[in-house]
Write a new protein. Structure first.
Length: 43
């Protein structure tokens, strides 16, 4: 087990509701290597 920290910067922006739930879940799955994806591609 390890601890992960999610930074929700900038702090002055209001973060209410489920809009960040999916991106945080995907980030946690990628960081814990439970899923794999090529995240090097940018638009």
């Amino acid at each position: 087990m390890r601890r992960l920290t999610i930074n929700l910067a900038p702090a002055d922006l209001r973060k209410v509701g489920p809009a960040y739930d999916l991106p945080m879940a995907i980030g946690l799955l990628l960081a814990s290597e439970q899923v794999a994806a090529d995240v090097s591609r940018s638009r």
